[in-house]
Write a new protein. Sequence first.
Length: 383
Amino acid sequence: MDAYYSPPSIAEAVAGALTVAPANVLDPSCGGGELLRAVADRFRLPRVFGVDADESAVRSVRTRFPEWIVSRGDATSSKSLSRTRVARLLGACDAMVINPPFSMNRQRRVVTVTDDGELSSSQAMQHLIVACCEFEPAHAIAVLPESLLYSELDGAARRWLQNTYELTVLAELDPDAFGGARARTHLIRLERAARPQVPRSAREGTQPGARRALAVRRGSLQMFRAQPGRVPLLHTTDLIPTLTAGAIVASRRVRSVGSGQTAGYFVLVPRVGSFPREFRVSLMHSDSPVQLSDCLFSIEFFSRSDGHRFVREVRREWDSFIGLLRGTGAAYVTLARLRAWIAENTSFEAFSVGPKRRSGESTRPSNSACQRNRPRLDVAAGS
């Protein structure tokens, strides 16, 4: 596990996020005790509890703060936490602060056993869920990696957590705050909900009228594998000239890879990186297939009118839309996250298109009424 302890600036931000003096405070991954110290100093708390897996860290905190109750325990194991002196003496946990380890090392996912079954998640999410299960804090302030809020890996665990707690993003923290580990992190407040939280889409219901269908396709060509050929290629570096010019201008032509190609009416969305400052989502059209790099998504429509309607709806929700690109390290958006955003914020329902197709085969959703009388916009090679 990583050991980038909370610097004083982060500790003060965590303490300041607790607006009401708690009866006690717990840090289940306390490290050097900086979060606990900031909260204890702010509210003059007599009841301070900490747990950490590192025996040397526990000894150090006990030496510096002999009045605290600090135990050695594994914050990823309910059994380990339940056996600590902290668990025996704490009773009802009023407030919890936590800055869990972020790195996964060679692990792609970890599994946490809850009363509702097994949950796959990141290591940071596992720390948070196990602590919430074992100590059931009424309030919590957490420093969490950005990916925990948006990734597919943490999706099921996030939904599980939101059945008990209302999550509020308080601030985006300085990526360089931890010294030696550049990571996008957020300050999050968790408040135990009076009843399970219902997603906004379910509370408000679907929009009136039938929802239109669109397709989302991920590009497939890795740029280092591109070979000269006849098919126009679009990459993230082509987004600005493509959309600014109002026509598709491909900077190069490549050999088809047989998948990840788009045609018809479509909108391009970056899959990784960030939205260029000049980027504005616009409807594009091509009668012939265009090869997409694996850094792009294509959102494809049955008709021109559907495409223009989608563009208008996205522009109304622009801040939310550009917020799709998230990540603790490199920013990215997943297919599932993009589809969920479309369902939540537009009048469309998105489905994904299979990755395999024959070269020259139409990639647009099949609709014979849309095949007739389409305005033509040819693909032109860039100079």
